[in-house]
Design a protein around this ligand. Structure first.
Ligand SMILES: Nc1ncnc2c1ncn2[C@@H]1O[C@H](COP(=O)(O)OP(=O)(O)O)[C@@H](O)[C@H]1O
Ligand SMILES: [Mg+2]
Length: 282
C-alpha cells in the first residue's frame, strides 16, 4: 500500500482541525497503522496536545520547510506506539513571507516527505487557519483532504471558498488530490441551527459528508491540558467514541477504494488477456 497523506484543512480557526488530526492519528496508530502527524500550525497545538510543549521542541517543521534540516531529523516519537510527530514552532507564522521568493515554493513539503513515505501508512497534516502557502504546501503534498466543519451559520460560505482552493490546487499543482470527506464537528443536537446546517450541508454535498458527527464534548477540550489525545485521556467519552467511529469510517472508505481499484485492475488484465488470445487466434 502506498502512503495516504491526509491534509486536515479549514481556513477558519477553532473548527476542530487540531482535535480531529490528533485524535484520528491516534486512532489510526491504535489499529497498528504506522502514522505520522505533521504540525503545520505556528500555534503548535497538536505538538502541545501530544506532550511536546514549545520549550521541548528542538527541531521543528519550520526548519524543515526552510530546508535547514531533513525531515527525518525533525521526527519525534510520541508516547503512543506507532505514532510519530513533526512538531511546529511559533516562527512558522512568518514562513509564508520567507518562502515567497523561493522557486518551487509550493512543493517544499512534498519533496521533504519523499524521505519518510516508506516508513508510514498514513500521514496527517494539521494545517493553519488560512489558505496561505503552508496550506498550499499541505494540499500539494497530500493525497486527500479532510475538512472539519463546525455547524454554524457561515459554515457553507467558507466551505465554497475552501473547495475552490482545492480545485485550483487539483488543476495546477496536484491533479490526484481527492476530497476524503467533510466531518461535522462540535455538533450540538439540542441546537436547532445545528440541525439546519447539517441538513443544508448534507443536501449540498451528499456522500462527501461523513455519517459520523463529532459532538460538542468538554472532555475533548480538556485532554490537551493533560498532554494526551482525548481518545487516550478518556476513551469512553462521547467525543472520543465519535473520533473512533470516524476513523473506522475513513478506513472503510480507503478499503472500499482499494477493493474497487483491485477489481478494475483484475478486469483490465482479463480484457488484455482476452484481446491477446483473440489476436493469437486470428
Ligand atoms: N467537539 C468538541 N467539543 C468541545 N470542544 C472542542 C471540540 N472540538 C474542539 N474543541 C475545542 O475547541 C477549540 C478549537 O479546536 P481546535 O481543534 O484547536 O480547532 P482548530 O485547529 O480548527 O483551530 C479547542 O480548545 C478544542 O479543545
Ligand atoms: Mg489548530
Amino acid at each position: 500500500m502506498s502512503t495516504e497523506i491526509i491534509a486536515v484543512v479549514n481556513q477558519k480557526g477553532g473548527v476542530g482541525k487540531t482535535t480531529s488530526a490528533v485524535n484520528l492519528a491516534t486512532a489510526f496508530a491504535a489499529v497498528e497503522k504506522r502514522t505520522l502527524l505533521i504540525d503545520l500550525d505556528a500555534q503548535g497545538n497538536a505538538s502541545t496536545g501530544l506532550g511536546f510543549p514549545e520549550s521541548e521542541r528542538v527541531r521543528t517543521t519550520y526548519d524543515m520547510i526552510l530546508g535547514q534540516v531533513r525531515l527525518p531529523d525533525v521526527i519525534v516519537k510520541t508516547g503512543i506506539p506507532k505514532l510519530d510527530l513533526l512538531p511546529a514552532s511559533i516562527n512558522l507564522s512568518a514562513v509564508d513571507v520567507e518562502l515567497a521568493d523561493m522557486s518551487g515554493r509550493e512543493f517544499v513539503l512534498k519533496q521533504q516527505l519523499q524521505q519518510a513515505l516508506a516508513n508510514y501508512d498514513y500521514i496527517f497534516i494539521d494545517c493553519p487557519p488560512s489558505l496561505g502557502l503552508l496550506t498550499v504546501n499541505a494540499l500539494t503534498a497530500a493525497t486527500a483532504v479532510l475538512i472539519p466543519l463546525q455547524c454554524e451559520f457561515y459554515a457553507l460560505e467558507g466551505l465554497s471558498h475552501l473547495l475552490n482552493t482545492v480545485a485550483l490546487v487539483q488543476k495546477g499543482l496536484n491533479p490526484t488530490l481527492s476530497i476524503l470527506g467533510i466531518a461535522l464537528t462540535m455538533y450540538d443536537r439540542r441546537n436547532r441551527l445545528t440541525n439546519e446546517v447539517e441538513k443544508d450541508v448534507r443536501d449540498c454535498l451528499g456522500e462527501q459528508v461523513f455519517e459520523t458527527v463529532v459532538p460538542r464534548n468538554v472532555r475533548l477540550s480538556e485532554a490537551p491540558s493533560h498532554s494526551k489525545p482525548a481518545i487516550i485521556y478518556d476513551m469512553h467519552c462521547p467525543g472520543s467514541r465519535a473520533y473512533i467511529f470516524l476513523a473506522k469510517e475513513i478506513l472503510a472508505r480507503y478499503t472500499a477504494r482499494t477493493v474497487a481499484e483491485e477489481q478494475a485492475a483484475r478486469q483490465a488484465a482479463q480484457e488484455q488477456a482476452t484481446k491477446e488470445r483473440i489476436l493469437q487466434d486470428a
